[in-house]
Design a protein around this ligand. Structure first.
Ligand SMILES: Cc1ncc(COP(=O)(O)O)c(C=O)c1O
Length: 404
């Protein structure tokens, strides 16, 4: 194709012209997608190795999910929670069963699920644990990423995410991720929750040391503190299990879910917990106009049913082995470290060779889309419908980029 006949450069400029520059996207303009493949406005195809930061675990336009969305669009899309709709009960029951919890509270974005978790934990602390009014604290980890609200960025340790957004919400204590001693020292009689990602995604797919999550569970139980697992990115099949916590043999008191729950079609998030925790909320104390809407519930119920088959978790575990074996073979050949689990990997590129951004641009030129995070790290999180051949293709392209 002759370069100056391409539509992409003008389309990139157009997209930037009237937009706040709070993102630095790769210069690619996508117009359609199916499964693990994207097509741009110039008809070039790319293998998706990001999957919308895990929002597309089932691939683009999974036929079952698209059919559910179409059918629901033709019947009912929104009622608000002022009325009950006929998609609500199935969604809540089936998601609660998937989580092994009694109740769920649906919201929209991941950040809203986190905010919900924080509010529920504080109310539980005052009403059930007996913490004096206004004294509750929540312990979180360094390197966390839980979203972008003013409260959530108040306990971020990433300067880009936090600086100049104060005054900050008090009531959070930050301890090093993976350090049980520091966690134990930070917990006191006013601690209502420990809020953690079981694997830190944005930080570069950081897996905590063996025994850490069981240790957190034990500590929370002993000290009467809620263990809140933010599985918004790690959950729903990504790591080769329904939840990353499951692989550590741990059941948190509260799951925070989002991203893949909406099947890559609509924003759907949720908090799942037992009645002794979520039951602290009474009418009027929390809510969302769009949370649990009929379209969201229709799609998310099918997501839960796809997960209930176990097929996607199995694919992620099996194909993840292939991905990680291939990535480990590149250590010393351009990669300095590889972390992760299932179809989820954080790769540290030798910074002497190129930045993560440069590596992603070079991968893009070879038809593979991934995203850098924190300098020289790239995150790979392909849709769980990716095939073994497609993984090999991505690995071949990565090896070529690192060798160039
Ligand atoms: C672990 C985790 N929690 C929360 C969020 C926030 O989700 P959202 O962008 O839907 O608000 C993210 C998003 O990347 C995340 O990775």
């Amino acid at each position: 194709m002759i370069e100056d006949m391409l539509r992409t450069p003008a389309a990139v400029q157009d997209a930037e012209r009237h937009t706040a520059h709070n993102y630095h996207p790769l210069p690619v303009v996508i117009s359609s997608a199916e499964g693990a493949w994207l097509t741009d406005v110039d008809g070039r195809r790319y293998l998706d190795c990001l999957a919308g930061y895990s929002a597309l675990n089932f691939g683009h336009r999974h036929p079952t999910l698209i059919a559910a969305a179409h059918a629901q669009l033709d019947r009912l899309t929104l009622t608000s929670r002022a009325f009950i709709h006929d998609q609500f009960a199935d969604f809540c029951r089936e998601l609660a069963a998937l989580c092994g919890k009694e109740l769920v509270l649906p919201m929209n974005t991941g950040a809203e699920a986190v905010e919900t978790g924080i509010k529920v934990a504080r109310k539980w602390g005052y009403q059930v644990k007996g913490v004096p009014d206004g004294a509750a604290n929540i312990v979180v980890a360094e390197g966390n990423f839980h979203g972008r609200t003013t409260t959530i960025v108040s306990f971020s340790t990433d300067d880009d995410a936090r600086a100049d957004f104060g005054p900050y919400t008090p009531g959070f204590r930050v301890v090093p991720y993976g350090d049980l001693t520091a966690l134990s020292e930070a917990v006191d009689e006013h601690t209502v929750a420990v809020l953690l990602e079981p694997i830190q995604g944005e930080q570069g797919v950081v897996v905590p040391p063996e025994g850490y999550l069981p240790g957190v569970r034990r500590l929370c139980t002993e000290r009467n503190v809620l263990f809140i697992a933010d599985e918004i990115q790690s959950g729903l099949g990504r790591t080769g299990a329904t939840f990353a916590c499951e692989q550590a043999g741990v059941v948190p008191d509260m799951y925070l879910l989002g991203k893949a729950l909406g099947g890559g079609i609509v924003p759907v998030s949720a908090v799942a917990a037992d009645a002794d925790v979520l039951g602290v909320l009474k009418p009027g104390q929390h809510g969302s106009t769009f949370g649990g809407n009929p379209l969201a519930c229709a799609v998310a119920t099918e997501v839960v049913r796809l997960l209930a088959t176990g097929e996607f978790q199995r694919r992620s575990a099996e194909l993840g082995e292939r991905l990680h074996t291939g990535l480990r073979a590149l250590i010393g050949k351009g990669l300095v470290a590889v972390r992760g689990r299932g179809l989820w990997a954080g790769l540290d590129i030798d910074p002497a060779l190129m930045s993560g951004r440069e590596a992603c641009e070079r991968l893009m030129a070879r038809g593979v889309l991934a995203k850098d995070t924190h300098g020289s790290t790239i995150r790979l999180a392909p849709p769980l419908v990716i095939t073994a051949d497609e993984i090999d293709h991505a690995l071949t392209q990565l090896a070529a980029v690192l060798a160039s």
